[in-house]
Ligand binder design. Structure first.
Ligand SMILES: Nc1nc2c(c(=O)[nH]1)N[C@H]1C(S)=C(S)[C@@H](COP(=O)(O)O)O[C@H]1N2
Ligand SMILES: [Mo]
Length: 305
């Protein structure tokens, strides 16, 4: 079978593959048949690697990244991946509403036909000070903005996670379900802001937020809402899940900054999943060149917590 398999340990290959070689690979696999099933699978080896996003560190082993998860709808423990397998990934619809030209609901496969999928390797930094480096498949959030057609007066994009009866965590009374996260329109339009539909060249596993999650590599991981079923546009800052639970610990902006400690621990370093090595944390998780300008006019905001 003429299928190019990419694996997590093929770091060198991932880092150096220029766009034209990646596209040639796609041609190799070739043909309309491969392309037509591509949206359904949402992650295949014939999706071009975007060489603009080089992680600067080794890709985390697939097993480590897919078996150590935060997903409070399932559990407060990290070991929930088996339990999450029961979350059905199809049919899946996404409601697009609020301040948009025309509210509507779109099926995920319909949506995937309207975007161009690519692979990007991003660093992920959890507020709990662990980190991973993951090859995501997906598309820039800016493409979804174009599809949703927000009104000019919309200032925020709000993402809501599914509430499915197979999620045992939803019966915990303390939490303000559903899981809601949000960003400004400017943040959402930034090229780094990504919607993931796959990882490691495969469809996104349910435990990592399949079939559709937000991926915002310059912010603490809790901003990257999983299993999104609703995207709305608003002119007011939304009440977000973690900010509602602990406003002094998990603010709206949540940009990574090693110099701003969490009230209960330092953020100066992070532990890499897999090796458990500790490495220094970087401002904006190392993505300052791409995103720092977003915040130049927001000096009065608590941008880093
Ligand atoms: N719906 C939902 N999304 C969520 C979470 C969650 O509990 N529920 N946890 C967040 C946190 S704290 C992190 S670090 C990442 C973890 O993503 P991963 O399990 O794919 O590593 O998901 C984020 N998205
Ligand atoms: Mo996190």
């Amino acid at each position: 079978m003429n299928i190019v398999r990419r694996r997590g340990w093929e770091v060198t290959d991932r880092r150096v593959t220029p766009e034209h070689i990646a596209l040639n690979r796609r041609a190799l696999i070739g043909g309309a048949a491969a392309l037509s099933i591509l949206p359904a699978l949402a992650a295949r080896a014939d999706i071009p690697v975007n060489p603009a996003f080089t992680p600067g560190r080794a890709v985390t082993g697939e097993k480590d990244a897919t078996t150590y998860n935060n997903y409070y709808e399932f559990s407060e423990s990290k070991n929930l991946w088996r339990d999450a397998q029961v979350l059905k990934q199809r049919p899946w619809t996404i409601e697009l509403g609020g301040m948009v030209k025309q509210p509507r609901t779109i099926g995920i496969d319909d949506l995937l036909k309207q975007v161009s999928l690519e692979e990007r390797i991003y660093r992920h930094r959890c507020v709990e000070a662990w980190a991973m480096t993951v090859p995501w498949t997906g598309f820039p959030l800016s493409q979804l903005l174009k599809i949703a057609e927000p009104l000019g007066s919309a200032k925020f994009v709000v993402f809501e996670t599914t509430q499915d009866k197979v999620m045992p965590g939803l019966s915990a009374p303390f939490y303000p379900w559903p899981y809601v996260e949000g960003v400004t329109i400017e943040e959402a339009a930034n090229d780094l802001a990504f919607i993931s539909t796959g990882m490691y060249g495969k469809p996104l596993p349910p435990q990592n937020g399949g079939p559709l999650r937000l991926t915002l590599p310059w912010k603490y991981g809790f901003k990257s809402a999983k299993a999104i079923v609703k995207i709305t546009f608003a002119d007011k800052r939304p009440a977000t899940f973690w900010e509602a639970i602990g406003p002094s610990e998990y603010g709206f902006w949540a940009n990574v900054n090693p110099a701003v400690p969490h009230p209960r621990w330092s953020q100066a370093t992070e532990r890499l999943l897999g090796s458990n090595e500790r490495v220094p944390t970087q401002i904006f998780n190392g993505y300052a060149d791409q995103v720092a300008a977003l915040y130049s006019n927001q000096k009065n905001e608590k941008l880093f917590m």
